[in-house]
Write a protein that binds this ligand. Structure first.
Ligand SMILES: Cc1cc2nc3c(=O)[nH]c(=O)nc-3n(C[C@H](O)[C@H](O)[C@H](O)COP(=O)(O)O)c2cc1C
Length: 180
């Protein structure tokens, strides 16, 4: 079973989540192959080779970073031949912004899901009884905040990274089940 974690990160927050997801998946099963790639360095062959695709983005103006969208548009070539159909997809997002919620985390997650569904893939959310859900889980995937309520940058919390590890383990278990 191969898991490919693709992300964009300008300031390292989403990248930390990507590494935590990889660590959680690896801890769940040491035999799976895990690759981490930045969106701009991800080829269509990388997508085809993976069984589980995990896409991560910071929220940019209420939506995904353009680097992720560019990959998604490049992957449109895989739609007609249904090269990604039946694979499992998961998502993770970091956001900042003002207030305690920022704005656009869920929209970003759901637009990543929309891409997976368009490609005929299956989508894995984050079950509410999974470890860490309360600290870094939304039904749609793993999230972290990198700003306080005044919008000032902060480190994303250890608890949200623990939630990302838990989500990685969840995706690993589901991926193995699907690929038996
Ligand atoms: C151009 C730009 C637009 C942003 N827009 C939003 C936004 O709409 N909502 C939000 O919650 N955070 C927004 N942010 C904050 C980032 O999502 C947040 O800092 C994120 O954790 C950065 O991830 P990174 O460290 O992986 O680059 C924006 C940041 C940038 C640079």
């Amino acid at each position: 079973m191969q898991m490919l974690i693709v992300y964009h990160s300008d300031y390292g927050n989403t990248e930390k989540m990507a590494h935590s997801i990889a660590a959680g998946a690896k801890a769940a099963n040491t035999h799976i192959k895990i690759q981490l790639k930045q969106a701009e360095h991800t080829t269509l062959a990388d997508l085809i080779d993976a069984d589980v695709l995990v896409f991560g983005s910071p929220v940019h103006m209420g939506s995904m970073a353009w680097q992720m969208k560019q990959l998604i548009d490049r992957a449109a070539k895989l739609w007609k031949p249904q090269e990604l159909a039946g694979k499992l997809g998961g998502v993770f997002v970091s956001g900042g912004g003002f207030g305690n919620a920022g704005g656009g985390v869920e929209l970003t997650m759901m637009s990543l899901h929309s891409h997976f569904l368009q490609q005929g893939m299956l989508v894995a959310g984050f079950p509410m009884d999974a470890i860490g859900y309360a600290d870094g889980g939304l039904q749609w995937g793993a999230y972290a905040r990198s700003a306080n309520a005044q919008g000032m940058p902060t480190d994303i919390s250890e608890k949200s990274l623990a939630a990302a590890r838990s989500y990685g383990a969840h995706l690993c278990h589901l991926g193995i089940k699907l690929n038996k």
